[in-house]
Design a binder for this molecule. Structure first.
Ligand SMILES: [Zn+2]
Length: 273
């Protein structure tokens, strides 16, 4: 019975996700022209978030001669457990992938910054990350700050959003903060793994979160046309995430269907008010 229900859910999931994506895109306001000439700092919890969330937007800006900086908070060593690649080696691989990807988006290496927090240790390092991010953001003084969304279920994505929201008031007047969803977009506005939530709370959120997502400030959309090839090249640089690097059966891979969700006609940004 449970298996049949699970199979039925899996069958309707793609259609529900398509409807959800359509709804969010229809609500969005086009920000393509304005975005191209605004300098920005992208804050990514892991190497690859900058590419999936805003790769085409970055490429459009760099093609227009607009300065983009990317700050990656953790080293990504915890994305996979392997008997063949040690965590230190995986962190090195992900650093190389980050540089290849950001070059594909038109960024010079000098604009890619890594805070070097060990993946999995963001929460205990929160104070240090906040201080370092505040220093870098004040120093770079961008027009816009782009960060992963507090709506994502992934703890590191939510915590990075919280940290940037905390330090944001200290930034110069005129800087705008927007969030790019990764897991909220890929999985929908359903609470996949609400931290510490009891069953009744989870059931309530199952209804409440989608309802809340239907409203709120209208998202901003930046068109990807002309820059999807750059984005796809950057995505393919992340072989540790998109292929089975070691051949081990437990090596999780972001498959083509998952990746395609980030190669649509627009990239979406949720304004923080
Ligand atoms: Zn991430």
């Amino acid at each position: 019975m449970i298996e049949r229900a699970h199979a039925a859910v899996q069958q309707v999931k793609p259609a529900v996700r398509r409807a959800w994506h359509g709804h969010v895109r229809r609500r969005a306001v086009d920000d393509t022209t304005r975005s191209a000439t605004r300098t920005c700092v992208v804050v990514a919890p892991h190497p690859d978030d900058e590419t999936f969330g805003c790769g085409a937007t970055i490429a459009r800006k760099t093609a227009a001669g607009t300065t983009v900086d990317v700050i990656v908070v953790t080293d990504g060593r915890a994305s996979h457990r392997s008997d063949r690649i040690a965590p230190d080696e995986l962190a090195d691989i992900r650093t190389r992938e980050l540089h290849t990807a950001t070059r594909a988006l038109g960024m010079p290496d000098g604009h890619v910054h890594q805070l070097g927090v060990r993946d999995g240790e963001l929460i205990p390092s929160r104070r240090q990350v906040r201080d370092e991010l505040a220093d870098r953001l004040l120093d770079l003084a961008p027009d816009d700050v782009l960060v992963t969304s507090g709506l994502d279920w992934h703890d590191d994505h939510r915590v990075t959003s919280e940290i940037v929201r905390e330090i944001f008031p200290a930034l110069r007047l005129g800087t705008e903060l927007v969030e790019f969803p990764i897991w909220w977009w890929a999985d929908g506005p359903w609470p996949m793994r609400p931290p510490g939530a009891s069953v009744p709370v989870r059931a309530l959120r199952l209804v409440g979160d989608p309802l809340r997502a239907l409203g709120g400030p209208r998202p901003r959309a930046v068109a990807t046309d002309g820059f999807l090839d750059c984005k796809r090249a950057a995505i393919s640089a992340y072989a540790s995430q998109t292929t089975n690097l070691t051949g081990e059966p437990g090596w999780a891979v972001l498959d083509d269907a998952w990746i395609e969700q980030f190669c649509g006609p627009v990239e979406l940004f949720l304004p923080v008010t």
